[in-house]
Ligand binder design. Structure first.
Ligand code: GLP
Length: 263
């Protein structure tokens, strides 16, 4: 696992955007570059920087297919808290060459959630899998909507949200946890770890425990993010604020090893 520690949120986002753009640009195959994407506040800065790069002609999304991590069950696209809305508002609508037909987001209004999830897995497989999955994590370490104790080999499916997650996410729903949908559709931990590379953003003091669990804790279904330790191409991009619960040794190790600034 690589852990890239940046001074603050802005630098973390710049690093991640540069990394993603470099990967897209290095992709010379005719088949599209397949990019997994998250929602939440963590990736917003990365999206802004990718938009700037796209507008400046530094990266093209013409040959990029995207798959989003998750979607609330029961929220229509037009709802301003649906992840479909979030992704278009914060990212897709601002790119100059993203093809709408290349955007994949689970349909939260489906009549057949199981079928929708199975089709999503099949579609990912039809492209030969995901090249790079960017993610964020919750304060309890959930990756996508894989709450604590979700199987580390889980696939795309319906998830029950914990009360804790509904409380945390209620900041987007008028501070009323009851307004936060109780269920979501989400890629599984196994879906994420099947990707060739996984890049997870961890920022802020409130994520310090989750970062320590991801990097130093035991691999455990209690912290679903810890599954990344078993992945051969996992990168954590974090800021100083999130490092508060790492041991000094761990912190120094990653600063030392990353000093050479390899992209
Ligand atoms: C939601 C999303 C997750 C995201 C998490 C953290 O629960 N389903 O995919 O990682 O929020 O969000 P934030 O980055 O706002 O802390």
């Amino acid at each position: 696992m690589r852990v890239v520690i940046q001074e603050d949120y802005d630098r973390m986002c710049q690093w991640a955007a540069d990394y993603i753009a470099a990967k897209i640009n290095a992709h010379k195959e005719a088949r599209p570059f397949v990019l997994g994407l998250p929602t939440g506040s963590s990736p917003i800065g990365v999206y802004q920087k990718l938009i700037e790069k796209n507008k400046a002609g530094e990266v093209s999304f013409r040959n990029v297919v995207t798959f989003n991590m998750d979607e609330y069950l029961g929220l229509p696209r037009e709802h301003d808290q649906s992840y479909w809305y979030f992704m278009h508002d914060n990212f897709f609508d601002h790119l100059v060459d993203m093809k709408p037909e290349n955007i994949n987001i689970l349909n939260g209004m489906t009549d057949d959630p199981e079928g929708e999830c199975a089709r999503y897995e099949e579609k990912i497989a039809s492209y030969g899998g995901i090249d790079l999955f960017m993610g964020g994590i919750g304060v309890d370490g959930h990756l996508a909507f894989n709450e604590p104790f979700t199987s580390l080999s889980s696939r795309t499916g319906v998830r029950d949200l914990t009360t804790d997650t509904r409380i945390v996410n209620s900041r987007f729903f008028g501070n009323d946890p009851e307004k936060v949908p109780a269920k979501a559709l989400s890629v599984g931990i196994g879906t994420v770890t099947d990707s060739k590379e996984v890049l997870v953003l961890i920022s802020g003091h409130n994520k310090a425990r989750a970062l320590a669990a991801t990097v130093e804790g035991a691999v455990s279904q209690k912290w679903t993010c810890s599954a990344l330790q078993l992945h051969n191409g996992a990168i954590i991009a974090c800021d100083e604020a999130a490092c508060g619960e790492l041991t000094v040794d761990t912190y120094k190790y990653f600063l030392d090893i990353e000093r050479k600034e390899r992209l």
